[in-house]
Design a protein around this ligand. Sequence first.
Ligand code: SF4
Ligand code: SF4
Length: 370
Amino acid sequence: MKRLKKYEREIEFCSYCPKLCRFSCPVAKVTCSEASTPTGKMTILKLIKDGAFEFTPEAAELMYQCSGCLLSRAYCEHVIEVIGAFEAARAIAVEKGIAPKRVMEFGAAFTKAGNPYAKNFGAELRDLTSGRHLQKAPMLLFTGCTMAHYFPETIKHAAKVLERLGVDFEILAEDGLCCGYPMFATGHEKILEEHKTRLAKKLAGHETIVSLCPTCVWFLKTHYQKPGLISAGAISHATEFLSTRLGALKLKSKVEGKIVYHDPCHLGRYLGIYDPPREILNQISANGFTEFHESRERSECCGGGGGLPIAHPGIARGIGMHKIRQFQQLGGELLATACPMCERMLERSGKEAGGVKVRDLISLIAENID
Ligand code: SF4
Ligand code: SF4
């Protein structure tokens, strides 16, 4: 339990807290269980840390009931981030073999192809851009595996926008295309370390890395750049990169309809990027855009983070549905976001709610230029 020591302050604060952030937790809202609240999960962890409670498979299951959205932090007087303690507990659970079966199987599937979809992406990515952008260039476009798996069209759109801007870039067309975050979030430390060593070699030699996925940006910065595994000068999200360059593009049309923007947790609370996507929307929309009732630091999650869709798919879907209901209450016609996992979760929940148009900002730009 040494690993939990690092989070002693968080565990103590939360387990003695009168559940002040309870209302904000999207997981607890879906489960309607006190055990799922940040206080509930941290209290169990405190008992485990103090040796008063055994770390059982049931307790391990509870540690995976968190999407890592950081929303509770936005309401916490002490700015506590609970997810670090859960991630440490998950790593212990995997090591002991008591993590949920789905999580253990997820690790085994990842090792097959170096990504959570057990798919070899290399050939597909090379085909997508007809063999262009495979030569070494100062800028690397790291698409991320979720974008490649669910939304390959958006990669084409990103290439089109960068080409029109005259940017010299290379696409990482690797079979094992994944930053490794899914292994980190689910506690598969050993698999993650091996994966990072492999990927770091592929990332070497670029001045800048731009990614279409905010989770990849956060993870590459904190787990590759910060510990010195890679020496890339700047790692940024596509919305950051494009918001200041969009003026150089001639729009042939603008996006019509009532647009509502969803802040992805990793782009917003993790990276602090709130304005660039809004600047893009202001430039490409015909009539501006609408905010969710809770936005920016207080934006509610889509349910897709922290390995939640793997460990607890029902809860993840419930969170996505909650967001879709809010979108419908606002009378939204187009749900815009800037993360492939958000797009996937919201599109799927939207289908169940009768069909909702969800689009990445990159696609909205690409469709409105020649
Ligand atoms: S995150 Fe803050 S408000 Fe929430 S339970 Fe912990 S100490 Fe209380
Ligand atoms: S990070 Fe999000 S899902 Fe996790 S406990 Fe806090 S509010 Fe709940």
